[in-house]
Design a binder for this molecule. Structure first.
Ligand code: SF4
Length: 383
């Protein structure tokens, strides 16, 4: 019986949702009645609704992300129209922070933060209240409920050494045809204002030995495409070295992707990176800006000389495929200033440069600059 569904709309088929698998791995006795059903954001909402409701679920948990927020809002509204008694629980960065950019008000519950403990606890309460004949949409949690708004639940921070790892939830099709998303840590020690990771409390690590055992099992099953979602993979050298050693001990071909900060490549890390054969290592490097004043304005550390040295090393002495991120639209930055950053970056690398447009994400402190700009306008512009 599929009492609980975990679903999301991935950007493309090759992407797998690690968040759904992490929730599934921590459903304990409810796991046998929980099923993961993934879609892509290009599928029709009506057919997604039909597919989900075929399971006659009591609870649907939906992961809402920046790339699928609009489609998720439509999906929630359609689900609630067709099956108003199905309880909808939202999680993910686009649901967990207010204000929402899209209308998610038809959902019953929103979990803010890491949901491994909170989602399981909520499902238990919902199912037991149904079992007792209570109305799960208004009676559980003993809270006064505004009927029109979902309950907002601030999730307790899970202990990463105590929760179950999600890797056995990747099925054979995932292993054979899709990226396996993995994480060795959560959080970031930096506080760049535009980034949701800046509000994480601290960096927390998963137990490394256990993690490497899981990677070995995945490898033995045939997995060869690993994407690490750690925000700053190259900060903890113990972790980085052992994980890189794991791959270096394997026979290519394989593909390992890491997100790294550009100013921290100690010699030991450089030595390992230069051993990776062509096509096996991809580094996503967050440059964002090369202007010290702009970086200071958004609270982002910027060690230019180290960045330039490291990019030259990666470009000239390794086979790593680099993917460099630059943001256009940072507070205080002119288009000419952005152009100078881009020119400088192009002079340093032949690698792929991805230009992202600044997003004012709920939960970040970036909008304080809107107020500053507005104050300036009021001071200088006659109204
Ligand atoms: S942009 Fe990168 S370094 Fe800055 S807070 Fe976010 S994850 Fe951390």
């Amino acid at each position: 019986m599929h009492t609980i569904l975990l679903t999301t709309l991935n950007a493309r088929y090759a992407h797998t949702a690690l968040g759904l698998r992490s929730l599934y791995a921590n459903m304990h006795e409810l796991q046998k009645s929980t099923t993961i059903v993934e879609f892509t954001m290009n599928e029709q909402i009506q057919s997604i609704t039909e597919d989900l409701l075929k399971y006659s679920p009591k609870i649907i948990g939906i992961g809402v992300y920046i790339w699928n927020a609009a489609q998720s809002a439509e999906l929630i509204q359609t689900l609630k129209k067709v099956s108003p008694d199905t309880i909808i629980v939202l999680g993910g960065p686009e649901a967990g922070y207010l204000p929402h950019r899209v209308d998610l008000s038809k959902a019953d519950y929103i979990i803010s933060g890491e949901g491994e403990v909170a989602f399981y606890e909520l499902c238990k309460k919902i199912l037991s209240s149904r079992h007792c004949g209570l109305d799960p949409q208004s009676k559980i949690l003993n809270q006064v409920q505004d009927d029109k708004q979902p309950h907002f639940i601030k999730a307790p921070l899970p202990d990463l050494k105590a929760i179950n790892l999600p890797y056995s939830a990747f099925n054979d099709e995932d292993v054979a045809h899709r990226y396996i998303y993995v994480e060795a840590s959560r959080g970031c020690p930096f506080e760049c204002e535009f980034c949701l990771s800046s509000i994480d409390e601290k960096v927390r690590n998963f137990p490394l030995d256990q993690l490497l055992e899981e990677f070995e099992i995945l490898w033995q099953r045939g997995a060869r495409s690993f994407k690490f979602i750690d925000r700053t993979f190259n900060l903890n050298m113990t972790f980085a070295n052992r994980i890189l050693d794991f791959f270096l001990s394997k026979e290519p071909p394989y593909f390992a992707h890491f997100e790294v900060i550009p100013d921290h490549f100690p010699e030991v890390l450089k030595a390992k990176i230069s051993q990776f054969p062509a096509g096996s290592l991809q580094l996503e490097i967050g440059i964002q800006t090369l202007d010290p004043e702009i970086a200071k304005g958004i609270n982002r550390p910027l060690k230019l000389e180290k960045i330039f040295d490291n990019l030259r090393f990666l470009e000239n002495e390794t086979s790593a495929h680099m993917h460099l991120d630059l943001i256009v639209g940072l507070p205080g930055e002119s288009i000419e200033g952005f152009g100078r950053n881009l020119d400088k970056l192009v002079s340093l690398t032949h690698s792929e440069i991805q230009i992202g447009i600044l997003k004012n994400l709920s939960g970040t402190t970036l909008s304080r600059h809107d107020q500053a700009s507005w104050d300036d306008l009021q001071r200088y512009t006659p109204l």
